[in-house]
Structure formats: structure tokens, C-alpha cells
Write a protein that binds this ligand. Structure first.
Ligand code: SIN
Length: 506
């Protein structure tokens, strides 16, 4: 078969390699350069796996289900933890040098809400870069075709079947046809003013799928990572939660023993959860936001007890960047704040990556497999990309069921009866989402945000340039996210209905 894989993170590269090795003719299409610009190369923490006599797939599954706050699909979680070991072994076989102790055993990190240390990592905190480099080397050795600098405009659909993609390359539209398309375009952190995601994370694959009529779900569940470094500029400007340069401080730092402290050095997260700093991410992020709002200054991450040698040895990237930004984290606590990090929802798939559209598969962050529910467990995302990328490739030759799912979180028609000002910029969308569809939400805030987004979309011109296409995608996805959030009337996981004190965003 002739297969198009759109995206070059861990899910796309894994799918492409498996499909090519199964004898399919594969072309990888990627928005930037192969391996550049996506989230995978930035991933610090690692890949969750099951190692050691006390751990088991059942315990990993149970941790995943607890973090997912009751909304994960147990069948998808079961697939994740059972296929996981084989995929990690495959990564090693493909050349990923996960960090090992002197005796050769894999070094295992601890992250929040995991019952055991089970996170394998490479280069200390450069796991994603190591995975990306190894998989790209394999792609090149198999001579898989790669189309770079290609923006996904739309899926080509006839009679409900996806048979290709429309791209924008050097300002020209290009159609590519295929027997099947695997979308692995990642997430949409750029929906928010503050995010760990790179500039290209504009939800292009999800929005192309929505436009084509594919079922999407759980868009209201955007995960906010608890700890990105607060920059000098933000400290100087009185903003409490904002970070204009969202450099991630891996959860693995807290896993090694770092603590979160308030103005008086108190470990405030214990007020919210008995596991303190190692509580599920949504709990820790909200505790940080509340504390920062209350004290009028960012909270601090104290890693000084780990000492300079351990910090630079275990976290070389973080050590380098924090020092470059003027912080000596071995000597003093550093200011941190949450930022948008990972979209749990996306294009609905079955356990083999099939979407509701015949001929269309999805894997990785763009997909909603049901694994993450309302809140993703740390370091399950690289694992999910590898597991479901491989499964999608294996399912290429098997037929699609006639129909298996119905859309969720439907969009309005773009018409609006509000009087909101219809001029907007990308920054306006991001700020609106941050303020009203972020860590803390209210019904009124969501309704107002939705009305504004609908007004903006109703008045939006047809996109022509790449940036305009990205803006249009962000706007449509913002509307879908606000709509899904408004439809979910209970607080669960990352969707939390309570206002913060007015100081936020000051
Ligand atoms: C981190 O290193 O804290 C991020 C890992 C993840 O998002 O799973």
C-alpha cells in the first residue's frame, strides 16, 4: 500500500518505520525539517515502562487510570502497558541509549503519581532528542521518502474515505494521494499564551480531521505542566502566573526529591494532596496557581538539596538553561509556574489507531485513544506514541468497520449573536484561552470565551498564507475546546470549574 504519515515525532516515525518494514511504500510529511520543531525532541522526563520485581503492568495501568480521574478507557490503558515493554525494547534495538547504572541496568526515574520509579531516560533529561535522533537515523537508512516544510492544509476525502492530503509548500498547494493516511501531527499548546510546546504546535492535524468530519473527543482536557521556569522579564512585570519563555523543568526533578515551597519555605502542595509534589499533575498545577495568586509572587522549586554535581549530571539540559537564564538552582530555589503542555483529547481512535473516517489513522498526541482520560500520567506520552504508532502501522491492511463512533463536542456553525469585537490576533486567542479556558474555569467565563471565539471565526477571512492557516486552525480548535469545556458541567482532572482569586493575570 501507498501510505502517507503526517508528522515526525515518535508516533509518526514509529508508524513510518513499522509500515515500511511491513513492505508498504511510505512517505513522511512534516511541517518543518525532519525531527525539528516538534515536541518529541524537547521531551525531558522519559518513557514509562515496567521494570523491577515490585512493579507490574497492572500497577502501571492502575496509576494511569487513577491519574486519568475515571475517564481513561481501561482497554486502551491495558494495551499501552502491555505493548509498552516491547516498544521500549524496540527503541533500544533501534539505537536509543537509555541511561544505565554502572552494572548496566537501566536507570529508572520517578515522576508524579507513579507508584514506582519506572521512567527510562537518555542523556539525563534529553530523552526525546535521543529517541528522535535514533528513529530518524533508521528512517534514513530505510530510505523512506520525506517531504519537509510541508503544511497540512486538509485531508482529501471522497465518499467518506480519506485518500490523501492537501499541503502548502512554498506558498503552493500540493495534493498527495495514498491508500491510507496516518496523522501524527502532535498537539496544540499554542492555543495558550504560555506553553511548553514549540511554535508549530497549532493543532493542524486535529483541525484537518474536524473539517473532514472525523470524530474528536475530550478537547476540554488540556494538561498544564506544573513547572516551567519563570523568566526575568515576567518577574519584573508583576505577572504572577505568566511565563513568556516556557522552559520546562522536568517532573523528574521533583521525582529526585526537589520540593515546591511558598514565600515562607512551606511545602504547600500537601494542603491539596497527601502525595505533595508527586500528586497528579492537575492537582499540583492548580495548587501552584492558587498559591502564586495568594502570595502575589511565583512559587519556588527548591532543588538545592540535590547538590550541584547531581543536578548537572542528572539534568544537564535544565542545568545549562537555568544557569543561562541567571539562576543557580544548586544554591537557591527557582521560580516556577504552570504552562499548557499536553492535549489529552484529539481524534477518536480505536485500539489500532483507526479513526471514524475510513482510510484515516491517528497516533500520538493528535489522537484520543482513551489512554489519558482527564489527566495524563507523566511520561506516558512517548510510550503512547510508540505503542499506537506501531499498532496503526500493523492495522493498515485490515478493513475499517463501517462506523464506530460519533462526534463529540460539536462545533457551532460559526454564526454568533454576540456583539464581541470581531478583530483578533493569534495573541488574542492565546490570552483568551489562558484566561477563560485554562487551569481554572467558570461557566460564565467559558460562555463569554465561546461567544467571542464564534464572533472572531464568523468574521475571519479565508486563510492564504501558512501563518493565516495556523491562526484559522487555532481559532477553530479554540472554539471546539471552549464548547467541549462548557458542555462538561462537572470538574474532573484537567477540567476544573472554580475561579481563582482576582490577582491572577494582574
Ligand atoms: C517532564 O519531564 O516533566 C515531562 C514529561 C511528560 O510530560 O510526561
Amino acid at each position: 500500500m501507498n501510505i502517507l504519515v503526517v508528522g515526525s515525532g515518535i508516533a509518526g516515525l514509529t508508524a513510518a518505520l513499522h509500515a515500511a518494514e511491513a513492505g508498504h511504500a511510505v512517505t513522511i510529511v512534516t511541517k518543518g525539517a525532519l525531527g525539528g520543531g516538534g515536541c518529541t525532541p524537547l521531551a525531558q522526563g522519559g518513557v514509562a515502562g515496567v521494570y523491577g520485581p515490585n512493579d507490574s503492568a497492572e500497577v502501571h495501568a492502575s496509576d494511569t487510570l487513577v491519574a486519568g480521574a475515571g475517564l481513561s478507557d481501561p482497554a486502551a490503558v491495558d494495551v499501552l502497558v502491555r505493548d509498552g515493554s516491547a516498544r521500549i525494547a524496540e527503541l533500544i534495538a533501534r539505537g536509543v541509549a537509555f541511561d544505565r547504572a554502572a552494572d548496566g541496568a537501566l536507570m529508572l526515574g520517578r515522576e508524579a503519581a507513579h507508584a514506582h520509579a519506572r521512567i527510562v531516560h537518555a542523556g539525563g533529561d534529553a530523552t526525546g532528542a535521543a529517541i528522535s535522533a535514533a528513529l530518524i537515523a533508521q528512517v534514513r537508512s530505510l530510505q523512506i521518502d520525506v517531504v519537509e516544510d510541508a503544511f497540512l492544509v486538509d485531508l482529501l476525502v471522497t465518499g467518506g474515505r480519506v485518500h490523501g492530503i492537501r499541503l502548502l509548500r512554498s506558498s503552493a498547494a500540493v495534493d498527495l494521494h495514498a491508500d491510507a493516511v496516518i496523522l501524527a501531527t502532535g498537539g496544540a499548546g499554542q492555543l495558550y499564551a504560555h506553553t511548553t510546546n514549540p511554535i508549530g504546535a497549532t493543532g493542524d492535524g486535529i483541525v484537518a480531521a474536524i473539517r473532514a468530519g472525523a470524530a474528536v473527543a475530550d478537547l476540554e482536557f488540556m494538561q498544564f505542566h506544573p513547572t516551567v521556569l519563570v523568566s526575568d522579564a515576567v518577574l519584573a512585570s508583576d505577572a504572577v502566573l505568566a511565563s513568556d519563555a516556557a522552559f520546562l523543568i522536568s517532573e523528574a526533578v521533583r521525582g529526585e526529591g526537589a520540593t515546591l515551597i511558598d514565600d515562607e519555605g512551606r511545602r504547600f502542595v500537601f494542603d491539596s494532596h497527601p502525595d505533595g509534589e508527586l500528586a497528579p499533575r492537575d492537582v499540583v498545577s492548580r495548587a501552584i496557581a492558587r498559591q502564586a495568586a495568594g502570595q502575589g509572587r511565583p512559587v519556588l522549586l527548591d532543588a538545592t538539596m540535590l547538590g550541584a554535581d547531581r543536578l548537572s549530571g542528572r539534568f544537564p539540559t535544565i542545568d545549562r538553561v537555568t544557569r543561562a537564564r541567571g539562576f543557580d538552582w544548586a544554591r537557591e530555589p527557582i521560580p516556577v509556574t504552570p504552562a499548557a503542555h499536553y492535549l489529552m483529547g484529539g481524534i477518536v481512535t480505536d485500539l489500532d489507531g483507526r479513526t471514524s473516517l475510513s482510510g484515516l489513522f491517528a497516533a500520538g498526541e493528535v489522537a484520543c485513544t482513551g489512554v489519558h482520560g482527564a489527566n495524563r500520567l507523566a511520561s506516558n506520552s512517548l510510550l503512547e506514541g510508540a505503542v499506537f504508532g506501531a499498532r496503526a502501522a500493523a492495522a493498515l491492511s485490515t478493513p475499517f468497520p463501517s462506523q464506530f463512533l460519533s462526534p463529540h463536542g460539536a462545533l457551532g456553525d460559526g454564526n454568533c449573536d454576540g456583539n464581541a469585537d470581531s478583530r483578533y490576533s493569534r495573541a488574542d486567542i492565546q490570552q483568551l484561552m489562558w484566561n477563560d479556558v485554562g487551569l481554572h474555569r467558570t461557566d460564565d467565563g467559558l460562555a463569554d470565551a465561546l461567544a467571542t471565539l464564534r464572533a472572531w471565526r464568523a468574521a475571519a477571512p479565508s486563510p492564504a498564507t501558512l501563518t493565516e492557516h495556523e491562526d484559522a486552525n487555532l481559532l477553530l480548535l479554540a472554539e471546539a475546546t471552549a464548547s467541549a469545556a462548557l458542555a462538561r458541567t462537572d470538574s474532573v482532572g484537567a477540567h476544573h470549574l472554580t475561579a481563582l482569586p482576582a490577582l491572577i493575570g494582574a
